[in-house]
Design a protein around this ligand. Sequence first.
Ligand code: 5GP
Length: 216
Amino acid sequence: MDSKQWIDVTTEKNHYSLDHFVIPTHYEKDVSSILIPHGVIMDRVNKIARLIVEDTTGPLVVCCILKGGHQYFADLVNAVKKLTTKDGKTVPLSLEFIRVKSYKNDQSEGVTMSITDEECAEFEGKNLLIVEDIIDTGATMVQLLKKLDNFSPKSVKVTSLLVKKTPKSNGYTPDYVGFSIPDEFVVGYALDYNEYFRDLDHICVISDHGKKAYAV
Ligand code: 5GP
């Protein structure tokens, strides 16, 4: 995917005030700004679904990276189901779920993955689409792709709703990206901070108050 096609929300002017949209009262003090309102996320998801369908020739195994990727995965799969390819065909989908855990508070603590070799063996000869919420350093995705490669899938493509602009990046870039975001810890739209904020629709920047309130 051409990086010109990403939506860049990395600058200060991209942050909306909390007064401009509805925030659940239980999180009012815990986020400092709204980075991507829910409606904009949904419109972007529809466009990415269109790009994926245009590039797809056969059945797709869509792999959800849990837990943060579940909302993007659900909305993306719904959008793909409604679309047809250039020659008027729909894309047959099967769904897989891979649990990946990599963060405690807002710092990396390494990566653990729930997928077994037996489950991975099912991917042989299939076209995989990995659906992730956010790429930060890129370490999680590089490890996952390395593991999947051992099981000879026909193709592997990756979509991430968000890519963080950070000096810690290992340079990995997904095939389909929703938004390029600043180097800040974001929550909402299923992205959590110690399991909180998954029930917030907009993608927001966590505040110091929020970090303290939900630290473990
Ligand atoms: P990476 O391996 O690319 O550094 O990190 C990927 C994972 O880190 C993501 O799947 C996500 O779980 C977590 N992560 C990185 N940045 C953020 C962030 O700003 N907010 C949240 N909620 N999770 C993040």
